[in-house]
Design a binder for this molecule. Sequence first.
Ligand code: GLP
Length: 247
Amino acid sequence: MLNFTVTENYDAMSALAAWRVAKALERKPELVMTLPTGGTPIGMLQEMSRMAQQKKVDFSQAYSFNIDEYIPLKKEDPQSYYWFLDHYFYQHANLPVENRFVPDVLADDLLTECARYEQAIVDHGDFDLTVLGIGHDGHIGFNEPHATHSPVCHIIDLNEETIEANARFFTHREEVPRQAITLGMGTILKSKEIVLIANGLSKAQVMKQLFDCKRVDPLFPASFLLLHPDVTIICDQEAASLIPSLR
Ligand code: GLP
C-alpha cells in the first residue's frame, strides 16, 4: 500500500518535498540522492535552493545523480536535464561540482557509459533518497511502459505520448530527442527512501491509477513502487481530485 499525502496546492507540495530532502540531509550529510526533472520539481528545487542560500541546509557533502538524460544533448544545452538541475538547483546550492553526476550521452559507446554510470552509483553505496516525478503513462525516470524492464541504467526509446508531453519544453516537436539514458527500476528500488511528487489536473488520472493499483504491472511502471517499503507520494489536491478517499 503506497502512502499518499495530499497538499493544498503546488507550493505546499514543493515545500513538503524540499523538507523531505532537508530531513534526509540532516540524518546523513553525505546524502546520495537522485533528482527528477520536468515541470513538477521546479518548485521543490527552488525551495531547496532557497534553503541552501539561507544556510538552513548544507549540500557540501551530498551527491546528486540525474535520473535520466536525453540522447544526445550536451550538458550546456538548455534542453538537457543536466542544464535543468544546474539552472534550478546546482547554481544556487553548495553541492560540489565533482559530486554532480549525469550520464555522458555523447560517449562513443553508450552501453559502456550506462554500465559506468551504474557503477558510480554502486560505488557511492546506492541512493539514500530518490525523488521522482511521474509521466502521464506512469513512467518514472524514463522507464516507459514495456513488457520487460531493465533493472539497471539503460538506453530507452521514448513513447510518442512522452515525446508529446515533453514537447512543451522545446520550440518544435521534432526537436524532442527520441532516446534517453535512464536509471533502471532495480536501482530506483534499491534506494532507501523514495518520494514521488505530482501536481495539477493533468496528473489526476495517473494518480488515480497509482492509488488503485494493487499489483506490479510492467505496462504501468510506477506500480513497481509497490515493491518498496518506504515510498511517499506527495500530490496536490488537483492531482488527487479523482481519488474520492483522499479528497
Ligand atoms: C520526464 C522525465 C521524468 C519526469 C516526467 C514528468 O519524462 N524524464 O523524470 O518525471 O517527465 O514530467 P513533468 O513533471 O513535466 O510532468
